[in-house]
Ligand binder design. Sequence first.
Ligand SMILES: [Zn+2]
Length: 305
Amino acid sequence: MDAQRTLRRPISCVGIGLHSGNKVQLSLKPAPAGFGVRFRRTDLGGVDLPATVQHLAGIQLATALAHDDVAVETVEHLLAALVSMGIDNVLIELNSPEVPIMDGSAAPFIYLIQEAGVKPLAVPRRYLKIVRPIAISRGDKRIALFPSDHFKITYSISYDHPLLRHQSRTLRVTEDTFIDEIAPARTFAFLKDVEMLRQNGLALGGSLDNAIVLGETGVLNNALRFEDEFVRHKILDAVGDLALVGFPVIGHLVAHRAGHALHTEFVAKILEETEAWRVVEAPVDVPSVALGAPARETAPARLAN
Ligand SMILES: [Zn+2]
């Protein structure tokens, strides 16, 4: 059985919020099967905010969730780490509206999850398996999902900047490939945009410690972690935003020049296109299936949770 997972023990860290610049405490706590991924604002009295597209709030530079007056911002790097490590059930406590930005990548969250340890639960995991293509485009921005036996991403970006004109990468996303090739890739921003954000009271916590900053001709940071760190970070963001489906996805995601707004619009579209996917209890390549047990399918109606 491909079992649901949670953490072995609670774990915490402290970082700063990208926009507020304030100190934030983040705690990850084990949760039972079927609990899902939920945020809880400890400063606002314990209202749970499930990490699903139904709770999507505004998209600016990052992905935010809200329910009534309770909001959590910049969720995508943490969600990407959790889904890639197979953590289906976890309570995420925050004492502030922002998930700490850490170093601008998902690597610190991977480290936290590894420190806490992973615990399998006695309930099978369910996946959303794509059986027909789904696509949307907005101008020259495109995103689509195609049937595939694995979760794969092809991402391409193009900018009018000498350092990152065109970058493209295809990757089969597994726990190992995510940890090694995607999680360390940092978010990036253009210096001219950073100056504008600051004037509007945003990105007050932003610095060269938590973002790659691009000047006119090059990066202001000392070094890149990968030659194509930019497109790798876009893959990281897509993994995190796609987690708002509420299940790990089995399919090939293909995106060109997309961003949080298009990613999350696409997640809502996926859930509307109920003919284009099935909820299955195991991917077709797990050992139990190889031994002859077919992947079981459950009715799409069970998505409503
Ligand atoms: Zn990002």
